[in-house]
Design a protein around this ligand. Structure first.
Ligand code: KG4
Ligand code: ZN
Length: 348
């Protein structure tokens, strides 16, 4: 029997689909991650091996090094995830893997490993979009949550507002026209002399600063156009620092960090709430939701408008494989299986 037939038979014969054990694999950027999730929301294990120390010396992710390091770690991380869940490979019901978007060389490590596991075990293979995985992190932290809802996805590569129509269909409502929010955070942090990844460092620096000291205005961001732009704000910050240096002026960096953080987070909040009416639900997703200031702002503004607001719990905010397994589960439920020709793609 060919792989696809074996895998489909396995998917169809699951006695209690709701209890399915899905192994998730995530290697899209600088984290090698594996997790086992039961029934789309019960996390049995969530193992993350971060490459941050490896890339820090270069000030950003070096794609070639990322791929090689994923290849070194993937076997170890998957074994740890199975051990921590108390399961053997034979106990799994399906393998979910991030197949787009991301660094292609890095994605391919996870995709090839997942294909090998699926082929060897006769298991269904599920190809997951990383962004949809970030959204699914909310199902883990809020098991009663169900589509439809609006989602603000802010990560190192994306800033999107989407309507999640169902577990596997989405409508794009607005997006950044240039840099992603996380990318802007990272570039601004670098200009402030902070180490990679800059987002969390900038948030720490901002704690001692005045958010109203430097108004980083943007006509597009303050308008009701659904799209946003972050590269102008980032350039304004870079120029502010360069001009002060040229004049020999001392700047109080926490004020710059706090003002920048406020400009980015106000924009994200405004653009997400453009699509929310009283009684609607808004879910935050993507690595930037680790930013406490953003979550507080959204909590406050959603409460004012009587919009329900959800964000994933701490372990599921930045890249992880539990969110990939959670989203993979919904593909499994829908019978949306990938074949062994599953490939990796840099973009959506
Ligand atoms: O989702 P993620 O882990 O990886 C991608 O899919 O890109 O997001 C990483 C991004 C990085 O740009 C990082 O600087 C940003 O999320 N980030 C933060 C914070 N924590 C992570 N940005 C602002 N404040 C934070 N606390
Ligand atoms: Zn991510």
């Amino acid at each position: 029997m060919r792989y696809n037939e074996t895998a489909r038979k396995k998917a169809e014969s699951l006695p209690l689909k709701k209890q399915a054990y899905v192994l998730g694999i995530e290697t899209s950027c600088d984290e090698t991650a594996a997790a086992v999730v039961q029934g789309g929301c019960v996390v049995l294990s969530n193992v993350i091996y971060t490459q941050i120390p490896l890339h820090r010396q270069y000030g950003g992710v070096v794609p070639e090094l990322a791929s090689r390091n994923h290849a070194d770690q993937i076997g170890i991380v998957v074994r740890e995830a199975l051990d921590a869940a108390g399961l053997r490979k034979e106990d799994l019901d399906a393998i979910a893997v991030t197949c787009r978007p991301g660094l292609v060389g890095a994605l391919l490590v996870g995709v090839c490993y997942a294909k090998a596991l699926a082929l060897a075990g006769g298991l269904p293979l599920l190809g997951v979009d990383h962004i949809h995985g970030h959204i699914a992190a909310n199902y883990i932290s809020h098991p009663a949550l169900e589509p439809p809802f609006v989602s603000l996805v802010a990560s190192g590569g994306h800033s999107h507002v989407l309507r999640v129509d169902s577990y596997d269909s989405y409508s794009l409502l607005g997006q950044t026209r240039d840099d992603a929010a996380g990318e802007a955070y990272d570039k601004a942090a670098r200009a402030l002399g902070l180490p990679y990844p800059g987002g969390p460092e900038l948030e720490k620096l901002a704690r001692g600063g005045d958010p109203n000291k430097y108004p980083f205005h943007s006509t597009l961001n303050e308008s009701d156009d659904p799209d946003m732009s972050f590269s102008g704000i980032k350039t304004a910050l870079v120029n502010l620092i360069a001009n002060a240096r040229a004049r020999g002026e001392e700047l109080f960096l926490p004020d710059i960090a706090a003002s920048f953080q406020q400009a980015i987070n106000k924009t994200l909040t405004h653009k997400a709430l453009l699509h929310c009416r009283e009684g609607d639900t808004l879910c935050l997703a993507g690595g930037v939701c680790a930013n406490g200031h953003l979550r507080e702002l959204l909590t406050r503004e959603c409460a004012k408008r009587r919009v329900r607001f959800f964000a994933p719990a701490a372990p599921y905010r930045t890249d992880n494989a539990a969110m990939i397994a959670a989203q993979g589960y919904f593909h499994l439920m829908a019978g949306d299986l990938a074949g062994l020709d599953l490939s990796a793609a840099a973009t959506k």
